[in-house]
Design a protein around this ligand. Sequence first.
Ligand SMILES: [Zn+2]
Length: 462
Amino acid sequence: MSAQLRLYNTATREISDFKPLQPGKVGIYLCGATVQAPPHIGHVRSGVNFDILRRWLTASGFDVTFIRNVTDIDDKILHKAVHEEIPWWAVAQKYERAFTDAYRALNVLPPTYEPRATGHISQMVELMQLLIDNGSAYAPGNGDVYLEVRKLSSYLTLSRQKLDDLQSAEDAEETFKRDPRDFALWKAAKPGDPSWPTPWGAGRPGWHLECSAMAHAYLGESFDIHGGGLDLIFPHHENEIAQSQSAGWGFAQTWMHNAWVTASGEKMSKSLGNSLQVHEILKRVRGVELRWYLGSAHYRSMLEFSFEALEEASVNFRRIEGFLKRAKEVLGDLPDNQIPQDFADAMNEDLAVPTGLAVISELLRSGNTALGANDVAGVAHSASNIRGALSILGCDPFDEAFVQGGDDQTQLLDGLISLALEQRTEARARKDFTAADAIRDQLTELGVVIEDTAAGTRWSIN
Ligand SMILES: [Zn+2]
């Protein structure tokens, strides 16, 4: 595929030709999870969006090194440890595994490397030493280390703010700062909290320092793409740039940010987030269907969540899957994947997935026509092109990730419970309420919660 990939760069606010630093190779750093709670769909949207980018770069012939870190030390993790009455590292392990399970269920490819912050303390100490030695950072003597932001003329260029307009950093009550807007690279140990030794006192890393040090460790001083959610532009990414450029590194060439999943127009709140945890949603739809839904919007567009929209996306996906299954019956074996040119053109224009989905819809229409007309060549053409496009979206229903394991069981469970609910609806229709109630009671006993709504009966597992 020779066409030029163009990407939107948050740093320039423009779509421009993507030119890797080394021909044929791409290095990507994506900010990963702070592992302090189970993932909700807002968390994994970023994983899905950047997995599509990675698959597209690979299909375009690039050798991709993909880093997604794990922030396994953080205030929120320490609070959760107190709340759950388990050690902080057990909290981090537990939720890291929950994220890994969610990524696997959604067919998000494992990163090339997945560094944990606590495994890279020595690189963080080295970076701080460099910044102190060259006068960019200071250790006031209490165990903290700060970056002196006014020394860096390019500070705040990513978020396009002025230093004079900037409010004090979140920990501004600190009296050890030379300027209230300076931010912490390192935080002095508090009694009872985990800490690591440094020449400036024991403590633990600030979140921003972690990502600069890990990106440098795996991708070098300069690399191609840095990604994350929109809410990370400031302060996180701005501070990563400040640290890295103060160290003399070029750092990321292109900055890419995915938009949020919203509910009622707002970024998903924590309370709502509970019902939208990935493992809860996966009781309603299969992993491939949730991925199809999350990947269907353009990565820079907000995705307004509703169960109706999720259901609609699932139905649309099942139509495509149904065609491919029938095509397989007709053809015996499905032909090799082919990436349609129109789809490739859409992906090359800042990953225009919605345009790509229109290409798939058109192929589905012609494929179904070909099935009806016993046009074997037409069926084969549609099937190979649809599968080619789906493979980039990570949604090929014949992908082993979806064919094996839990997905089949989820489908079976969904079928069985739907069957029982149909029986209950029929019993109620003939006014046999004893039978209807008995079905509901038996399902409840099995842990299936039934909810009658205006839109029909919903179920979930307790
Ligand atoms: Zn980060």
